[in-house]
Design a protein around this ligand. Sequence first.
Ligand SMILES: Nc1ncnc2c1ncn2[C@@H]1O[C@H](COP(=O)(O)OP(=O)(O)OP(=O)(O)O)[C@@H](O)[C@H]1O
Ligand SMILES: [Mg+2]
Length: 254
Amino acid sequence: MSTLEIRSLRKSFGGLLATADVSFSVPEHSLTALIGPNGAGKTTLFNLITNLFPVDSGTVTFDGTALGGLSSSAIAKLGVIRTFQTARVFPGMTVLENVLAGRHRLLPHGLAAQLAWLPSALRAERALANRALQLLDLVGLADQAQSPATQLPMGAQKLLEVIRALMAQPRLLLLDEPAAGLNDTETAELAALLRAIQACGVTIVVVEHNMSLVMGIADQIVVLEAGRLIAAGPPADIQRDPRVIAAYLGEEAA
Ligand SMILES: Nc1ncnc2c1ncn2[C@@H]1O[C@H](COP(=O)(O)OP(=O)(O)OP(=O)(O)O)[C@@H](O)[C@H]1O
Ligand SMILES: [Mg+2]
């Protein structure tokens, strides 16, 4: 069963065709890697799925619901949660506060729930903070929970963004180059984290340039080049695909 269905998606910016009739399916609970050279249209695809920009034509369906016409926040409420290519931590907030910010869309609202002195509200807040600390611990950031988030190195800020996205309890997680700026240890931690997230039943689409990471974790690889989908399939097939080697893997081999 497919969670995400992308059909004949098309988007141009002025004369530039950033997404050219792209169609593919993301099976439920799978990990799909989206690869392609710079400017291939990977981030644009995330922007179209989350309706940051309207599509020119085509459809995106998540779990049977057409996402076209829904606001980005309505799409997030369905459980489609993304991170951004450039880490966006909230300045003036600690690491822990940044993680907790990811959960706020799901907190009960209304005056009663906001009265923090209510025992139930306090318990809920404490449970959330505990969960946030557990998640931070997974990526080795628990001991920096009270540090200002902007003081973290760039790699740690990227991991923080993934953790914040998890607090929103995603059903479909869209990660835009989460390994950019990570060292080898952090990359291995990220790979383990992504496998654990997938094992919890979350479907993942990850844009990634690190081919050894992608080959190690992806069930399916979708390859874009200049807005077009040039290949899609299991890692072993993609690795052997002549068009992919010419368009992308060749760069690394060379
Ligand atoms: N808002 C925009 N306005 C104009 N052009 C845009 C906009 N967003 C993307 N583009 C263009 O669309 C093309 C695809 O960009 P996109 O950012 O999706 O590529 P990408 O595959 O994510 O590349 P990278 O690997 O560098 O992140 C590029 O030529 C880019 O300049
Ligand atoms: Mg990009």
